[in-house]
Write a protein that binds this ligand. Structure first.
Ligand code: 6PG
Length: 248
């Protein structure tokens, strides 16, 4: 059983963070393809990763990635139509997918139907299980790389503080309701069993208002896990934090 390694990189701007993140993602994808012939990446939503995806779409990165061997999933999705500006799929498609040669069969968006969120969660779980040939029991999917963000309340994906989903042990994907202050409220999210069986997690966190929570998590992850869902992320091999503490 490998001991998880944690690495923290601090940046002085979102631009520096995003460029480095594109380098890291491209390197891991190529490393995994060279090792076993394919790579699975779970993408994060929200605003922070958008510039990373735009960098990744540039020829100096996208041109060196064998997209036909890359399979993309989402860590969470808002229950809005895919063409909605609030859709995480829409954001990634605009910033990255539409500019690459990745086959559409390699893209696994969440079919997040607002009127049937629970069914959408179960369907996405089945899609992930089919991809990884997971047949229930102890078997878990093992994504190679997962990008995650963090909210000012320490939420990650759509795992929010105090939500009973944080104690979910069986399901891989669930429908949740975000706190009233967060729109859209209805979301589909990977659960911690699915997140923590990932090989590597790369957190992309930017903004002065998140600094305090990040410091508490890095100082004492176990204590912080009582309050901040992001502190409960413990991947199998590497946990990497790219942090921009400024608002630049
Ligand atoms: C989402 C994300 C969510 C996000 C954080 C940070 O769908 O919104 O999955 O977990 O990463 O809310 O969002 P920002 O990057 O916009 O601050």
């Amino acid at each position: 059983m490998s001991i998880m390694q944690t690495r923290v990189e601090k940046f002085t701007s979102l631009q520096m963070l995003s460029k480095q993140a594109a380098e890291y993602i491209s390197k891991i994808i190529t490393q995994e393809i060279n090792k076993k012939g394919w790579c699975t990446v779970v993408l994060s939503g929200g605003k922070t990763p958008q510039l990373t995806y735009e960098y990744l779409s540039r020829p100096e990165y996208a041109g060196n990635i064998l997209w036909e061997h890359v399979h993309l999933f989402w860590g969470d999705e808002r229950c809005v139509p895919p063409e909605d500006p609030l859709s995480n799929f829409n954001m990634v498609n605009t910033a990255l997918l539409s500019k690459t040669t990745i086959p559409s069969d390699n893209i696994y968006p969440v079919q997040a139907k607002p009127e049937a969120a629970e069914q959408a969660a179960r369907a996405y779980e089945e899609e992930i299980k089919d991809f990884f040939l997971v047949r229930g029991g102890e078997d878990l999917p093992c994504f190679d790389l997962m990008l995650l963000g963090m909210g000012t309340d320490g939420h990650t994906a759509s795992l929010f503080p105090g939500d009973s989903i944080l104690d979910e042990k069986q399901r891989l994907v669930c429908a949740v309701c975000a706190p009233d202050t967060i729109e859209p409220q209805r979301r589909i999210t990977l659960t911690l069993p699915a997140i923590n069986n990932t090989g590597r997690v790369l957190f992309l966190v930017s903004g002065r208002e998140k600094k305090g929570v990040v410091e508490k998590i890095l100082d004492n992850r176990k204590k912080a896990a009582r309050f901040y869902p992001a502190a409960r992320v413990v991947p199998r091999e590497n946990l990497v934090w790219f942090i921009n503490e400024s608002n630049e």
